[in-house]
Design a protein around this ligand. Structure first.
Ligand code: CU
Length: 57
């Protein structure tokens, strides 16, 4: 698995915008915080769907 995007290490109160291109195929993309020990709780999945419009029906 490769890293698709990352931010610099942020200090409390700092912000950074992160953009990336989602895969064309629907699926789940994992994300996590790489600060030591944080990955245990600071993790999740971004769900890539075919279309938001299809979900609203
Ligand atoms: Cu963290």
């Amino acid at each position: 698995m490769r890293t698709a995007a990352s931010t610099k290490m942020l200090e409390p109160g700092q912000k950074q915008k992160l953009t990336w291109t989602a895969p064309k195929q629907p699926g789940k993309v994992p994300f996590l915080c790489t600060f030591p020990g944080h990955w245990v709780r600071m993790k999740g999945e971004i769900v890539v769907r075919e279309s938001f419009a299809a979900d609203a029906r």
